[in-house]
Write a protein that binds this ligand. Structure first.
Ligand SMILES: [Zn+2]
Length: 93
């Protein structure tokens, strides 16, 4: 048994986002800092920065779900193919 702290730590989640690295909750235990924002995350953040949030889009359209999260995941997957962003790695322990 070693008392040294592990070089990697698990993400700390609040409301499905890590409070440290901002990663979305994908794995139950994922290595903190292994996540890189994907294409969809960047679009989401850029729109949010100018006040366009999924909630506002949904209310403007008069629907419960604007589909932003689905598009975000699709964009993230497309970006991963292009080498943009990286999903969080799963903790090995
Ligand atoms: Zn994290």
């Amino acid at each position: 048994m070693s008392s040294q702290t592990s070089p990697t730590r698990d993400c700390t989640f609040t409301a499905d986002r890590c409070t440290v690295c901002g990663a979305p909750r994908i794995n139950a235990r994922q290595v903190c800092g292994s996540w890189r924002p994907g294409l969809g995350d960047r679009v989401h953040d850029a729109l949010g920065a100018v006040g366009i949030t999924p909630e506002r889009v949904a209310s403007a359209l008069g629907v419960d779900d604007c589909g932003c999260e689905g598009r975000r995941k699709l964009l993230n997957q497309a970006g991963n193919v292009l080498g943009i962003g990286a999903p969080p790695q799963e903790s090995s322990s």
